[in-house]
Design a protein around this ligand. Structure first.
Ligand code: CXF
Ligand code: ZN
Length: 372
């Protein structure tokens, strides 16, 4: 039996998202039917809308969903009907990356997240009886209901029972990426200096995580003074407006060089500057989406001589369930106060929410889709 739902359909950037009737397919053994309570808006949704990523249109986006499980397939163990869950990216579970619990680097990432169908090519969603592209990040949560998978669903731990799902929703993408870059990918050491370039969701999460591990100083760099003020509230010890002389100011603060430089901007000149500030053994972590033709240039002697690292980072090296629970634990204890980034919108205000993300007025818009 199919499930009727309402979903926000994206038909590119020339028209607004439009909320329409759809049907969800019957569940496969490893799938869950989730009533979506809330979903965060991420820049990757807009990149797909703008056809910068190879996801077929028209499509139902949304990949920071949280909700209540309504039904599960026969092989699902991660949650049961009635459970509160949060959804993240999907993965195959059996490739060399998944085998070492590094699913953000899944060899089969595309078919499981971006193909518009299940990995086997079958549709999860229909509109007027015809297949509709969905299964975006294994969820497509800009909808009242989503089909999720064993691999990308996390049961919210009892310790977070008092945190509303609309607050938890965005944890499965940008927050996980920034915090994971610090806690996992770069494994930032206590007492070491870090600079974070760009203070969107990913950068702010990195700053909160850098405070958790006791990095010092924690330098936030951005062109937006309001964001810099919030970065300071969240853990930055110093802020630098990028319209000024960034390299000189960081050199003054940290004459020995940075232990870690974390770029969320994807701007190659910013990355090269960040790299040039590294101390011996320093790591420059890169998560920002860059134009596909961009190249980076580093001095070979400095690269080799100081044992420096340039590290591409996806999803903060999250292993989904364990890492999201770890982050929720920090959140419950007040050490990862990402609620300060959120601005809420009703589902039918999805176009306003996207606009607020793009004009920078809200760091992390979250859509309220149904009552918990
Ligand atoms: C993704 C990239 C791949 C791993 C999970 C997070 N980013 C989405 O916006
Ligand atoms: Zn995302």
């Amino acid at each position: 039996m199919t499930t009727p739902a309402r979903a926000a359909i994206c038909r590119g950037n020339k028209e607004p998202f439009s909320i329409e009737d759809v049907e969800l397919d019957e569940l496969r053994p490893d799938e869950l039917l989730v009533r979506v309570v809330a979903c965060g808006v991420c820049h990757t949704d807009m990149a797909v809308r703008d056809e910068q990523l190879p996801v077929p249109h028209p499509v139902v986006l949304g990949h920071e969903g949280a909700g209540i499980v309504e039904a599960v397939g026969s092989e699902v163990t991660v949650a049961k009907p009635g459970d509160r869950v949060v959804m993240s990216f999907n993965s195959c579970g059996s490739c060399p990356s998944c085998e070492i619990d590094a699913p953000t680097y899944c060899y089969n990432f595309f078919p499981h997240n971006w193909s518009g169908t299940r990995a086997d090519g079958s549709p999860v969603m229909f509109k007027d009886g015809a297949p509709m592209n969905a299964n975006f990040f294994g969820q497509s949560s800009f909808a009242t209901h989503a089909i999720a998978h064993e691999a990308n669903t996390v049961k919210v731990p009892d310790s977070a029972a008092n945190i509303p799902l609309e607050q938890i929703a965005p944890i499965g993408c940008g927050l996980m990426t920034g915090a994971g870059a610090v806690l996992r990918s770069m494994d930032v050491r206590k007492g070491m200096p870090i600079a974070v370039f760009g203070t969107g969701t990913v950068g702010m999460a990195a700053i909160m995580a850098a405070k958790i591990v006791g990095a010092n100083p924690i330098i936030a760099v951005d062109i937006n003074d309001e964001r810099l003020a919030l970065a300071k509230e969240l853990g930055a010890t110093h802020t630098i407006n990028a319209r000024g002389k960034v390299v000189e100011q960081i050199q003054e603060l940290v004459p020995q060089g940075l232990g870690y430089a974390f770029d969320t901007t994807g701007i190659n000149t910013v990355i090269q500057d960040a790299w040039s500030l590294l101390a011996p053994k320093g790591i420059c972590g890169i998560v920002g989406a860059s134009p596909p033709e961009d190249m980076l240039t580093f001095n070979e002697t400095a690269f080799m001589g100081g044992g420096r690292t340039v590290k591409g980072i996806l999803g903060g090296d999250s292993d989904v369930g364990p890492f999201l629970c770890e982050l929720l634990d920090y959140h419950v204890k007040g050490q990862f106060p990402f609620e300060k980034l959120i601005g809420y919108f009703d589902f039918d205000q999805i176009n306003e929410a996207i606009h607020a993300s793009e004009d920078g007025s809200v760091v992390k818009p979250v859509l309220r889709i149904s009552a918990e």
